[in-house]
Design a protein around this ligand. Structure first.
Ligand SMILES: [Zn+2]
Length: 202
């Protein structure tokens, strides 16, 4: 036994859980835990409830696979959106980044990953089949490939263009203004806007 009291066990347990989160090392996990300990019960309760309702209320849109509290999601449902174009992204966070530019008015499709042979992720492991089903008998005239400008993203874009071009749908790729090796969600608005405007046909 290391002599920890039950309350200290609760502390180390929470530190352990925070350490599992992306971008949080042991030091930060410790700091957050002790911060919560000093804070009011009410604030700890709000945080706990927010985490619980995240898992209870948020699911995936059955059309575009974006995260949503209602199915179909507000973008798929939105009457102000152009249903003639679909922008393909890897992760739901990418939609946030693109929506923030305010320039794109079409629909989205979230793949939930990218093809990566080194990590054993093939075309069947991401939402490609669902995309192809969606494109059948649809009014879609343009598919914009907005996968990340890195190796996996490029491979995925290439693979998708080979499947979609034969369907007679125009396929474009975000302009090369985005630095190679980065991720879409971290691109700034100006770069992202230029990339959308300067998209090129495959
Ligand atoms: Zn949707």
């Amino acid at each position: 036994m290391n002599g920890l009291t039950p309350s200290a066990d609760a502390i180390s347990k929470l530190i352990q859980e925070f350490s599992k989160l992306p971008g949080i090392g042991p030091k930060s996990a410790q700091r957050i835990t002790y911060h919560l300990l000093r804070n009011s019960d009410e604030q700890a309760k709000l945080l706990a409830e927010a985490i619980l309702s995240l898992k209870q209320k948020v699911s995936l849109c059955s059309t575009c696979f974006n995260v949503t509290e209602s199915d179909p999601c507000p973008i798929c449902r939105g009457s102000g959106r152009e249903h003639t174009s679909i922008c393909i992204v890897e992760q739901p966070q990418d939609i946030l980044a693109l929506e923030h530019t305010g320039i794109y008015k079409g629909l989205y499709h979230v793949l939930h990953g990218a093809i990566s042979p080194t990590e054993g992720i093939g075309a069947d492991n991401i939402r490609i089949k669902e995309l192809l089903n969606r494109l059948q008998d649809s009014p879609v005239e343009e598919v914009i490939l907005a996968t990340n400008p890195n190796l996996e993203g490029e491979q995925t874009a290439m693979y998708l263009s080979q499947l979609i071009v034969p369907l007679g749908i125009k396929v474009t790729r975000l302009a090369r203004g985005l630095p190679f090796g980065t991720e879409l969600e971290y691109a700034d608005d100006v770069t992202l806007t230029r990339a959308i405007e300067g998209r090129q046909e495959f």
